[in-house]
Write a protein that binds this ligand. Structure first.
Ligand SMILES: COc1cc(C(=O)NC2CCN(C)CC2)ccc1Nc1cc2c(cn1)c(C)nn2-c1cc(Cl)cc(-c2ccccc2C(N)=O)c1
Length: 301
């Protein structure tokens, strides 16, 4: 008879309940499992001295054996630890023990735009204006520092307890080393893939504009612009720039989406130009949103 494969220990069981940062001596208690992405599992981690809570991204070193994977993790940490902005997830610290790498990040108690969009489907233009402004401000900051995020998507745009946006997950981010440099490779699959990456034409900052265009479209329409049931068909639609904007959207929203989803990257607006677009002045731009927006549309004034 076939030998019964002894049950793999569940990854949770292997992560200690209490972890210590060797460089500070601070102990953290592992709390609730919050999600997983790529090689990482995310748990609440509480500083035992201050009781401050963090989102702890924990990566087993068994998954970082290949130098290529280790280098990617190192690059993610190097880029994220050097940025600091109101609308970018705060990087607190990172450390490792025998078995794991721990990255302590700003905890966003209202999760991400992915959960909000799943629950709400299409949100109002006023809410989209509010979220888009903060996402683009984070991108202006990153692009000014020659950093391309390359994986802007709903689940990487987090929402804190004040309903403020925090862009996170620098796992596919890269630095431009000189003016005009075009990146040729990208290992990983961004969710909202720009055509120039698909067609391997070399890419730069404009891929972030494309991704943010897909985010705005998805928030206002209720589904992604190029979504199909098969990945090959989605790639086909991206290459053909085959998408439709429903008439119910305002002209300024339609115009902005069309600009951000231009097939030719050189025709897409820079992040700073997006902030100057009439979409932001064509309707109310709230300074805050109530948490009720996570589950229902705000009353239209
Ligand atoms: C209290 O704060 C949170 C609660 C929850 C929560 O209650 N999740 C439950 C969903 C239902 N299941 C059954 C149980 C868990 C999720 C995210 C939170 N906040 C949070 C997460 C964060 C960060 C900051 N804040 C940062 C920075 N990175 N991540 C992060 C990291 C990784 Cl590796 C994966 C994901 C993730 C994975 C898959 C889907 C969604 C996500 C997602 N975007 O939350 C998120």
């Amino acid at each position: 008879s076939k030998p019964v494969k002894d049950k793999e220990p569940h990854p949770d069981d292997l992560i200690p309940n209490d972890v210590r940062d060797p460089s500070t001596g601070i102990w953290y208690k592992k709390g609730k499992f919050m999600g997983k992405g790529g090689f990482a599992r995310c748990y609440e981690l509480t500083d035992q001295t201050t009781q401050k809570m963090f989102a702890g991204k924990i990566v087993p070193k068994t998954l970082l054996q290949k130098p290529h994977h280790r280098d990617k993790m190192t690059l993610e940490i190097q880029i994220h630890r050097d940025v600091r902005h109101q609308h970018i997830v705060g990087f607190h610290s990172y450390f490792e023990d025998k078995d794991f790498v721990y990255i302590l990040l700003e905890l966003c108690r209202n999760r991400s735009l992915m959960e909000l969009q799943k629950r709400r489907k299409a949100i109002t233009e006023m809410e989209a204006r509010y979220f888009l402004k903060q996402i683009v401000e984070a991108c202006v900051y990153l692009h000014n520092r020659n950093i391309i995020h390359r994986d802007l998507k709903l689940s990487n745009v987090f929402i804190n307890s004040n309903m403020e946006i925090k862009v996170g997950d620098f796992g596919l981010a890269t630095r431009i080393d000189f003016q005009g440099q075009k990146k040729k490779t990208l290992c990983g699959t961004p969710n909202y893939l720009a055509p120039e990456i698909l067609m391997k034409k070399g890419h730069s900052f404009e891929v972030d504009t494309w991704s943010v265009g897909c985010i705005v479209y998805t928030l206002l329409v209720g589904h992604p612009p190029f979504e199909t049931t098969k990945l090959a068909d989605t790639y086909d639609k991206i290459k053909k720039n085959d998408y439709k904007i429903p008439d119910r959207l305002s002209n300024s929203a339609k115009h902005l989406i069309e600009l951000m989803l231009k097939p030719n990257p050189l025709q897409r607006p820079t992040m700073r130009a997006i902030l100057a677009h009439e979409f932001f002045t064509s309707g109310h731009l709230p300074s805050h949103l109530p948490t009720s927006c996570l589950t229902m549309a705000p009353r239209q004034v």
